[in-house]
Design a protein around this ligand. Structure first.
Ligand SMILES: C[S@@+](CC[C@H](N)C(=O)[O-])C[C@H]1O[C@@H](n2cnc3c(N)ncnc32)[C@H](O)[C@@H]1O
Length: 441
């Protein structure tokens, strides 16, 4: 269970701006203003398995070249400049796919605010795996109806594409804060009987910034960009800039005593993160309560209940937790990095790779401020946009597949407005034919 500190029902309603760009994410990126995005949530096409029937795109090479394309394994290659023409995810090698992905994220980087968060769900693949996607078979005229996907590893080995991608992003300066394993309690059964069935996927949580850029009020969640005054320079600031709290500490003789301490109500932040909380485990509570008398433990006495007591700080922390549990307080802990929820999608029509709504919902509520803007450069059926709307954030999505996805996407977004009419502005820009359509929500 996740609890949010900010209750959006109490936040004044505003007009949300939702823009949809139909086109290649690499080109759509140029339509965005610099430093305009607070949170990027996406899932690109994975390498190998799927054909989204998107028009082939040209990747790399020399844009001034009069290309002479020759077919290669899954697209075409210009024999003069090396430009590859094909669908993202269908590149001949995993490394070429990762390069193309990184070009897209490189083009998007200046569009993100320094304080932005980025959440990327990406899948892995086995070398020599079988691709039995019907549309690919048909397109490629595969006789047996089965196509082997070649990787750059021995057959049957995992290619570790997500890990390679994440590392390339880190090399480019992105800060990888969490690898979030998304565990699926109900995954598709597998007939493969010489390894475990994979029931999880990678979600990478990246940020750009590692210096304090703003200060967040620990209670009201207000964000300010000027350093708040220090406690000793701000005697009047109680309730606004600092508060007095009671703490149990260990004195010089090893006795546990209660003291009053001033603590700042502002916390320096490098990027926006609305920490989700969950109740602490019953077992943990029992372990705290089972710790006996804490006095005289300053030399560090380990306990047999798994609570390390190696430092003065640690002993003080246990004493404070114990006191709060004894007083009947419902203690919360920081949410854990493993996400577990069903992969079941909502209103995805014929699209086979839509997000379950819970995925963008968690990323948006943790990683985007209330008046912020979310971007999904591989928007698909618009699950991210719908969740952005549900959470009252602005949103931009890009999607290349105009024909098969746009209708579902627009239907899904216009479907059963939960917000009063007129609160959402939709704009669809077709970057392929450069037309603009306005739709009022
Ligand atoms: C994994 S799906 C995303 C699904 C989406 N999260 C949802 O909930 O519906 C990837 C999407 O990227 C789109 N796509 C593929 N290549 C693209 C490109 N170069 N630019 C933009 N979108 C692209 C595909 O058509 C597909 O809909």
């Amino acid at each position: 269970m996740f609890l949010r500190l900010v209750d959006i029902s109490k936040v004044p309603k505003m007009v949300l701006n939702h823009n949809i760009y139909i086109g290649n994410a690499l080109e759509c990126a140029h339509f965005l203003k610099n430093e305009s995005i607070d949170c990027l949530v996406t899932s690109p096409p994975y390498w190998g398995p799927r054909d989204y029937n998107t028009p082939p795109q040209e990747w790399g090479g020399d844009p001034t070249c009069n290309h002479e394309f020759e077919p290669d394994t899954s697209g075409e290659r210009c024999k003069i400049c090396g430009c590859w023409k094909g669908e993202l995810g269908r590149e001949p090698t995993p490394n070429e796919y990762i390069s193309h992905l990184c070009w897209i994220f490189e083009a998007l980087t200046p569009k993100l605010k320094k304080t932005a968060t980025m959440w990327i769900n990406i899948g892995d693949m086995y070398s020599g795996g079988v691709n039995n996607n019907d549309s690919i078979k048909e397109k490629r005229g595969s006789v047996e109806g089965v196509e082997r996907i070649k990787g750059d590893a021995p057959p049957k080995s995992l290619l570790l594409i997500p890990t390679r991608f994440a590392w390339r992003m880190v090399e480019k300066g992105w800060i990888l804060r969490n690898v979030i394993p998304w565990v699926k309690p109900s995954c598709i059964p597998s007939s493969v009987d010489d390894r475990y069935t994979v029931n999880w996927e990678y979600i990478f949580f990246f940020v750009r910034n590692d210096v304090t850029t703003f200060w967040e009020h620990t209670k009201t969640k207000e964000m300010i960009y000027e350093k708040p005054p220090k406690i000793d320079e701000d005697p009047e600031g109680e309730g606004t800039n600092w508060e007095e709290v009671e703490k149990i500490v260990m004195d010089e003789t090893g006795e546990m005593i209660s003291i009053k301490r001033k603590v700042s109500l502002w916390k320096g932040r490098d990027y926006y993160f609305n920490m989700p909380y969950e109740p602490i485990a019953e077992n943990t509570k029992k372990r705290y309560l089972s710790v006996g008398n804490l006095d005289k433990r300053k030399d560090g006495i380990s306990t047999d209940n798994g609570l390390g007591m190696s430092s003065k700080n640690n002993i003080e922390c246990v004493a404070n937790m114990k006191k709060r549990i004894e007083s009947g307080e419902q203690l919360m802990r920081h949410a854990r990095a493993v996400w577990e929820f069903s992969p079941v999608t909502e209103g995805a029509g014929s699209h086979f790779a839509a997000f379950p709504p819970e995925l963008p919902k968690r990323a948006i509520t943790a990683g985007c401020p209330l008046d912020g803007t979310v971007l999904d450069p591989f928007g698909g059926t618009g699950t991210t946009m719908k969740e952005a709307r549900n959470q009252e954030r602005n949103c931009v999505i890009f999607e290349l597949n105009e024909e098969s996805v746009k209708k579902e996407l627009v239907d899904k977004l216009r479907l059963k407005e939960q917000l009063p009419t007129g609160l959402i502005n939709y704009k669809i820009t077709n970057t392929l034919s450069h037309t603009v359509t306005e739709i009022q929500g």
